[in-house]
Ligand binder design. Structure first.
Ligand code: NAD
Ligand code: UDP
Length: 320
């Protein structure tokens, strides 16, 4: 049994990861300030004797004084708003959690010789001019725009990881995650799959921003969680940045039509202004993940969407 810290444990990816680690018999300490996550994501594990939950801000240094944070084996640092809707509403918190929060977790990793995984993002590439994006591509990020608080904070988070790895030999790994989804996303999360599926199921217009020709590559949550755990496990991933995503690329308009077809919805597809600095294309080069982790996604978009639609249907119409 390992003692594992998961920050952002009440969020979309953090709650999936936490439950998966508990199922494997580990002891998990979840830390989350519930800024974008929801306690309802972890209600079913709060009574689990192998789970401790702290409603705390990881950017606050006091987190390091938590008495339970001793003899830690692994740290997954996922805490951060991730949806453009939320990080743009909380720019300073987003910057803090990815910089000071990352440093706090690196300090903890150094103190207990723990391994640490930091979840960075494909947004580190900004609006990319190289396609698909390999890890060596240095990106095209606008510092003077609405996405900068997230993109640049994540890039600086990577810098903290680099410094602790090279100076102090902290066993750190950086996952650059590309758009990941499941029905674990809040219905009001604002990200495209939760918006489109919620809209299609409730008969609202499906809101395509711009003309829908921009592309994204969508990874189902189970594939992502498997990759994060492999990164933690493999020594070859230490001191490395690795893209984690599904390389199948779709335009947003194709996605809208696919959601409409799979839900059997009568919703209209409507067009709205494209947000500033919205990346025109995005697709991971995953050759490094294949080589170091022996990983590639197994769930294609149609299959993942079917699962997502069924679970959202239940969430929207059965449980409530
Ligand atoms: P999410 O918003 O559902 O979860 C993030 C969690 O972090 C939330 O529960 C939130 O309350 C918590 N949090 C935020 N600030 C905090 C703070 N200061 N202290 C403690 N907790 C805090 O987002 P997600 O999609 O689960 O993303 C998880 C991580 O993965 C994030 O770091 C995100 O940047 C990264 N990521 C996700 C995707 C994706 O497609 N899901 C893509 C790229 C990167
Ligand atoms: N998008 C859209 N309609 C929506 C939400 C998002 O057309 O209701 C578009 C958005 O402009 C972007 C893509 O879908 O081009 C993915 O957006 P999301 O917010 O999910 O994540 P991003 O990849 O931009 O961080």
């Amino acid at each position: 049994m390992k003692k594992i810290v998961v920050t952002g444990a009440a969020g979309f990816l953090g709650s999936h990861l936490t439950k998966n680690l508990l199922e494997e018999g580990h002891f998990v300490i979840g830390i989350d300030n519930l800024s974008t996550g929801k306690q309802s994501n972890i209600d079913d594990i709060l009574e689990n004797e192998n789970f401790s939950f702290y409603n705390l801000d990881v950017s606050n240094n006091e987190v390091l004084d938590l008495p339970e944070l001793t003899n830690i084996d692994e740290i997954y640092h996922l805490a951060s708003p991730a949806s453009p809707k939320f990080y743009q509403a909380k720019p300073f918190e987003t910057i803090a959690v990815n910089t000071i929060g990352t440093q706090n977790m690196l300090e903890l990793a150094m103190r207990w010789s723990a391994k640490m995984l930091y979840t960075s993002t494909s947004e580190a590439y900004g609006d990319p001019e190289v396609h698909p994006q390999p890890e060596e591509y240095r990106g095209n990020v606008n510092t003077w725009g609405p996405r900068a608080c997230y993109d640049e904070a994540k890039r600086l988070g990577e810098v903290y990881c680099y410094e602790y790895y090279t100076r102090y030999n902290v066993q750190v790994k950086v996952a650059r995650i590309f758009n990941t989804y499941s029905a674990g996303l809040r219905n009001d999360d604002g990200r495209v799959i939760s918006n489109f599926v919620t809209q299609a199921l409730t008969g609202q217009d499906i809101t395509v921003y711009g003309d829908g020709s921009q592309t994204r590559s969508f990874c189902y949550v189970d594939d992502n969680i498997r990759a994060l755990k492999l990164m933690m496990e493999k020594d070859g991933a230490t001191g490395e940045i690795i893209n984690i995503g599904n390389p199948d690329e779709y335009t947003i308009l194709e996605l809208a039509h696919m959601v409409k077809r799979l839900t059997g919805s009568n919703s209209k597809i409507t067009f709205h202004p494209l947000p500033k600095d919205d990346p025109k294309v995005r697709r991971p080069d995953i050759s490094k993940a294949k080589r170091i982790l022996g990983w590639e996604p197994q769930i294609d978009l149609e299959e993942g969407l079917k699962r997502t639609i069924e679970a959202y249907r239940e969430k929207l119409f059965v449980k409530n």
